[in-house]
Design a protein around this ligand. Structure first.
Ligand SMILES: NC(=O)c1ccc[n+]([C@@H]2O[C@H](COP(=O)([O-])OP(=O)(O)OC[C@H]3O[C@@H](n4cnc5c(N)ncnc54)[C@H](OP(=O)(O)O)[C@@H]3O)[C@@H](O)[C@H]2O)c1
Length: 326
């Protein structure tokens, strides 16, 4: 099969199309013919040699895809050859064929086309699991989303606001701040020109937010805690601002706060299956009726994966960038 491979760790230019051994589905897996794969920041790190795939995962990049069921493992039921689906992967999406544990297959929500469906699994699973399963975000609470115009952030704003949560979001340019408001944020904060802790205080009349969804890691940890309300939860999902920092725990105690840091990719298959089941039940209806709209910034063919990675690294995109299979 054809796949996008990285000849050596490095910049986007190391990516090329190559013939590799066909993916093979195990007894509890489904073989998909990939239509499109979503690009995630983890793929950029993997390409640079900083994020090796977890044990047992495909060595190829690609944490989500859409496609058509090509074959079923002997123990799989509930799906048929020819079904159009999308899937949460531990790797391997940048290829013509990918083997997926059956529990990580999702139907395509009504009204979403096959290629666009590749933009959904990673954002939906990351946002649902962190905000609603881990942080127990509730209707009527307040959420701060960092990077509200990105792939994860644009989904988080839509999902939380549609479920009755008041959303504040940060972004880096006037256009992106406008997009955050359009998606459902009632307060948009420039991370370049404003102090988000002060802006949160102002917008919540000193109360703070109940939950922070954070992509910045070390750089924002102390300030995220400062922005919390009592009993608040900080959910760290990324380390774009570094991994090491000094933390004054007094700040967390003062808020009676909770801090979590969870990666979706290495979670066991059973946990991912449980997340996918909740996503189908709780999130897909909002996509199907148009209240959540997947945002696709650009679509590149597999052969132009280098340009697609460079596009994401430039930081000018909003929403998701996709690759389409040959
Ligand atoms: N834990 C997990 O399982 C998991 C799963 C998926 C993704 N993630 C993480 O989630 C994060 C977002 O991923 P993505 O796919 O949405 O990537 P993306 O589309 O490239 O988004 C990156 C975001 O970072 C924002 N950003 C950059 N500098 C910032 C700053 N100083 N303050 C606040 N925001 C800043 C950008 O905002 P502007 O565009 O406005 O500049 C952009 O919205 C990444 O860190 C990724 O690794 C984690």
């Amino acid at each position: 099969m054809w796949a996008v491979v990285a000849a050596d760790p490095g910049g986007p230019e190391v990516l090329s199309l190559a013939e590799v051994d066909d993916a093979v589905a195990g007894p509890d897996e489904v073989l998909l013919r990939v239509a499109a794969a979503g690009i995630n920041r983890a793929d950029l790190l993997q390409r640079q040699g900083h994020y090796p795939p977890p044990p047992g995962a495909s060595p190829l990049m690609g944490l989500e895809c859409s496609g058509t069921v090509e074959a079923l493992g002997a123990e799989v039921s509930g799906w048929s050859v020819g079904d159009e689906v999308c899937a949460l992967l531990s790797g391997g999406g940048y290829a013509e064929l990918v083997a997926v544990p059956a529990g990580q297959l999702l139907p395509i929500p009504a009204g979403v086309d096959l290629v666009t469906a590749a933009a959904l699994p990673e954002a939906a699973a990351t946002v649902w699991s962190n905000l609603f399963m881990v942080a127990r975000l509730q209707e009527g609470e307040t959420l701060l989303v960092h990077g509200g115009a990105g792939g994860i952030g644009s989904f988080a704003i839509q999902l939380a606001s549609r479920l009755g949560v008041r959303v504040l979001a940060t972004a880096g340019s006037p256009d992106k701040l406008g997009l955050c408001r359009e998606l459902g944020a009632d307060t948009a904060i420039s991370y370049r020109d404003q102090d988000f802790v002060e802006e949160v205080e102002r917008a919540t009349e000193g109360r703070g937010v109940d939950v922070v969804l954070d992509n910045m890691g070390a750089a924002y940890l102390q300030r995220n805690i400062a922005a919390l309300a009592r009993n608040g939860r900080v959910v760290v999902i990324g380390m774009q601002g570094g991994r090491k920092t000094e933390l004054d725990l007094g700040g967390l105690f003062a808020k009676n706060g909770t801090l979590s840091a969870i990666l979706l990719r290495p979670r066991p298959v059973a946990e991912k299956a449980a997340i996918c089941a909740e996503v189908v039940e709780r999130v897909w209806p909002l996509v199907a009726d148009g209240r959540i709209v997947p945002r696709v910034h650009a679509t590149y063919p597999f052969a132009e994966a280098a340009a697609a990675h460079a596009d994401m690294e430039s930081g000018t995109h909003t929403g998701k960038i996709l690759l389409t299979a040959p």
